[in-house]
Write a protein that binds this ligand. Structure first.
Ligand SMILES: [Zn+2]
Length: 252
């Protein structure tokens, strides 16, 4: 086969497009690939974007028409993506920003085992109590990470907090009361560690500056250079952390 435009055409960028599916606007980007023999559409994990991979010499208009024809399929995938997550054997959940598979390890009662290499969370005991036990464990891990991060930032910013409590509010990731008490959403343990760190840096900085003025942000950024990226992450993905359905122990 004579390939006249092979390399340069493969590298060429096609202008992105948008597609409205079920009231939602998706950003569509096109990627030409030498080995592609047909159009392939992949939906982004954010549920707001899709990539169409296309043969090197296909027309962008054809690729867009393909995406439009796929609307029904996309709508189905979006519904699936938005289905609330449950804690169950073989289900996958985010833990410190990475997907982990939950395993009911059976046997007698024992501790939840986190395998960072295999990316599993093994929960022993009766499977009927798996959701509650894992939720309790996630909250304990959240408390530990948030206590460590708050302590570290309090030392660095030469301040001190009174106490830490965990909550599960949809409207805020953390708060700082006038009496020096900090409270955080336990769901921050599901997010990448830099996000949890940022929220701790933010609330601890309020112990020094009870506002969001320039001095406050200078303080946060000087101790947490990733603050902007973390803020952006929460804006884009924060809602996903609330999709996990949990069963809490009576004491919360
Ligand atoms: Zn604030």
């Amino acid at each position: 086969m004579l390939r006249l435009f092979g390399f340069s055409a493969e590298k060429a960028k096609d202008a992105p497009a948008t597609l409205t599916v079920g009231g939602r606007t998706l950003a569509i980007t096109f990627r030409r690939h030498q080995k592609a023999r047909r159009f392939i559409l992949r939906l982004g994990r954010d549920g707001q974007s899709a990539v169409v991979t296309m043969p090197t010499r296909a027309a962008r208009a054809e690729a867009l028409a393909f995406a439009e024809r796929s609307s029904f399929w996309i709508a189905g995938q979006l519904v699936k993506q938005k289905t609330p997550h449950h804690i169950a054997h073989e289900a996958e959940i985010l833990f410190r920003g990475e997907l982990h598979r939950i395993i009911a390890s059976g046997g007698r009662r024992g501790l939840v085992v986190h395998d960072a290499v295999a990316r599993t969370l093994a929960v022993p005991g009766d499977e009927a109590h798996l959701a509650r036990r894992l939720t309790d464990w996630l909250k304990a891990e959240a408390k530990r990470d948030l206590t460590q991060a708050s302590g570290r930032y309090a030392t660095a910013m030469a301040t001190r907090y009174r106490r830490i409590s965990l909550r599960d509010q949809k409207s805020r990731w953390g708060s700082c009361a006038a009496d020096g008490s900090l409270s955080y959403s336990w769901r921050l343990i599901l997010a990448p560690p830099m996000v949890l760190d940022y929220v701790a840096a933010h609330e601890v900085a309020h112990l020094r500056e009870m506002n969001h003025g320039p001095r406050f942000w200078r303080l946060v950024l000087s101790h947490c250079p990733e603050a902007r990226a973390a803020k952006q992450w929460l804006k884009r993905h924060g809602h996903e952390l609330h999709r996990l359905q949990v069963k809490a122990s009576p004491q919360g």
